[in-house]
Ligand binder design. Structure first.
Ligand SMILES: *Cc1c(COP(=O)(O)O)cnc(C)c1O
Length: 199
């Protein structure tokens, strides 16, 4: 379980750490840098929001994972920055399983697989799997089918890149994590269920 602390203050992070949580997520680079800059070495921090290419230089030393890779050019820029800094970064390729245009991520599955294969050849990154955000609807069957589609794509990715290093399927949030787990998620990203509603 990734504890997503976006919008919440540092005191909430400290409290979560005292409760034994060491795996955190943030969706904005700048906010993460100010909140986690001095403790980045003692926690594992994942970026779950869109990474602008010009912010890739801020990843080394801060995020050990970027879960939201949605373009080959971003992965290339990130790899270059990581290599230069001697930082190894695990990445997930983001799949837009809902087809909602407001969401980032690849919609085209064969393009995702082709580009993920190229990303796997980059020296500064380890491609570890897929991340998706489920559709924001109340129809549980629709949510389940988006997650099931993501799981199938994840299996195809493992077929292409080898199963050894590709071990993470990040799907499920506060409102849909039970469905995501039933559909094969290996990582859920939980914010409001842990820390309350965001203002
Ligand atoms: C905010 C956020 C979460 C956590 O959302 P909750 O519904 O509060 O659990 C998970 N993943 C991403 C990508 C997010 O931006």
């Amino acid at each position: 379980m990734l504890a997503v602390t976006k919008t919440h203050p540092r005191s909430v992070v400290d409290e979560a750490r005292r409760a034994g949580i060491n795996l955190f997520g943030e969706n904005r680079v700048q906010e993460a840098a100010s909140k986690y800059g001095d403790i980045a070495e003692s926690v594992e921090l994942h970026l779950v929001g869109h990474l602008q290419r010009n912010k890739a230089k801020m990843v080394p030393g801060l995020f050990s994972w970027v879960e939201s890779i949605d373009a080959l050019a971003t992965a290339q820029a990130l790899s270059k920055r990581c290599e230069a800094a001697g930082w190894r970064c695990s990445v997930l390729v983001q799949y837009n399983s809902s087809g909602e245009t407001s969401k980032s991520g690849y919609e085209d599955e064969s393009l995702l697989l082709d580009e993920a294969e190229q990303m796997a050849g980059l020296a500064g990154l380890d491609v570890r799997g897929l991340m998706t955000i489920g559709p924001f609807v109340s129809d549980q069957a629709k949510i389940a089918s988006a997650f099931a589609r993501t799981r199938l794509l994840y299996e195809r990715l493992r077929g292409r890149l080898g199963e050894a290093g590709v071990d993470t399927l990040s799907m499920g949030m506060t409102d849909d994590f039970e469905i995501a787990i039933a559909e094969g998620s290996t990582e859920v990203r939980i914010g409001s269920a842990l820390f309350g509603a965001r203002s």
